[in-house]
Design a protein around this ligand. Sequence first.
Ligand code: 6R9
Length: 649
Amino acid sequence: MTDQTYPPSADMVSNAHVDAAKYAEMYKASVSDPDTFWGDEARKRLDWTKPFTKVKNTDFTLGQVSIKWFEDGELNVAANCIDRHLATRGDQTAIIFEPDDPKDPAQHITYAQLHDNVCRMANVFKAQGVSKGDRVVIYLPMIPEAAYAMLACARIGAIHSVVFAGFSPDALANRVNDSEAKVVITADTAPRGGRRTALKSNADAALLHCKDSVKCLVVKHTGDQTTWTEGRDIDVKAEMAAASADCPAEPMNAEDPLFILYTSGSTGKPKGVVHCSGGYLLYASMTQQLTFDYHDGDIFWCSADVGWVTGHTYIIYGPLANGATTLMFEGVPTYPDASRFWQVCEKHKVNQFYTAPTAIRALMGQGDSFVEGIDLSDLKVLGTVGEPINPEAWNWYNDKIGKGKLPIVDTWWQTETGGHMITPLPGATPTKPGSATTPFFGVQPVVLEPTSGEEIAEVKTEGVLAIKDSWPGQMRTVWGDHERFEKTYFSDYKGYYFAGDGCRRDEDGYYWITGRVDDVINVSGHRMGTAEVESALVAHAKVAEAAVVGYPHDVKGQGIYCYVTLMNGQEPSDDLKKELRTWVRTEIGPIASPDLIQWAPGLPKTRSGKIMRRILRKIAENDYGALGDTSTLADPSVVDDLIENRMNR
Ligand code: 6R9
């Protein structure tokens, strides 16, 4: 990584919400007196139906971890994202919908229309027996109805759980069952990159493994033919047309759950990350405005999918809480060709654009001709999220898209954190390519010595990244398993929130995220637990054992490398590899598709039977010269075979 520094332009500094002096002053206030700081922000940014009297009540002590913000206040998230804007912005566009096919017209949905649609959708949910506290699973593509459904849940106090439309029926069923959802909302089919995913038939397959009482609401989006189960399936658009456009917003306690979002961890079963109403919305609003330096009238585009936390916070909740115009894109960056992102920026005069390094790398690889001749002069701020950005991708983004003039905010955060944690602010922070730079307000990052857990005082250092105190956007619990919440995030390093990432801090106090230190890999900016892929593999009848690690991949960041030991008597073959790939895709979804599969007659294990992943990682990285200590292996000869037959050369 180059350590070259890019200061904000004079223009940016003078027009931005926050400049360097203000950042320093606000940051200090946010950590020295969080009650005053966040209390003021919460009153300024949100409308409360019942004012809070308490601000922060948080405890990171193992065994009694408890995180509460504004705990006696009441508000409604949908009312904050819609109703309160109606008087001043009823006719302003809230959501621009850009469909997969550029020949189809874009839609501009005003705040008044958003209100109408959300109320109708909320009444459709109510008619299906959904009430406050009930769970609704949203299995929808990137269409306006996904936003309506999320906000309709928020309006009536139901808890949504969005399941990425790329997940398989099995993954969907697990999430419906774990959250005990009453309703699943899906669409007939989902166009993406000119192809169509049969979402409704995936939902049908999933619902075979769920309670009979679960209803299936179907958005007829493309009009494609689907099967129909009378009594269970409901035509959402027809019901919405007939429903009342009046639906009072349910007053919710600040600590009432707003949503559950499942994410991969280092064990096999995804965890339901729970975010609540008050703190999350405040944090979403503040980070969206300040990290992107969003101003009234700007067009904001976050290219993530609503199935991920980035879509929740930066397509829906943050922008809408701020009365912004947010763009929702149904398609992919490379359809009809690799100019699509930039065409959309030009067409809708996008001012802030937020995407993932993997998308930048993929587009960079297609050549510069796809950017040339496109007017990107409305862009003011560029952002990245999901993984560390490599210098080549950063330079390309900076030169070709930013024309060397725009700030690039590299935002480090997680599903668990609700919003940005370490990020530059466009008018305040000189950036260094590859560094997420400095903490957002209220965030106190520390670098810990990995084994002792001691906080390292020296500025320039390296270790594991942890957070010292709570911030309003922090997750509150794992759905149905508070013990797992404590164990995952608070038990390795006592008294801290442990993020699972390693980092380096340079002499200027800038943070450089070095990647996960647990068994989670980052594939195209998507989090994947290696244990999840392993359990999918061993569920196949011909597989005896499997170990999965990440390896460097040019476009995806990390690829999925699987070591597979077959059952006795099974013959390895290319056909079987194909079969295993398809198997994993159907068990989890296409994002978990193995890149490389190596037949492993044996796996390197300690005498106590623990797989030595360190060795498997090295071989997958084609760095087998540096295997380190192998003396604890039960049978060192398996390593020679694995090296001999390695797949990544
Ligand atoms: C928002 C999101 C979280 C993990 C996180 C880290 C990696 C995210 C990053 C980054 C380096 C950045 N990550 N942003 N690494 N620089 N700017 O991505 O949430 O899907 O939960 O993933 O992604 O490893 O721990 P999530």
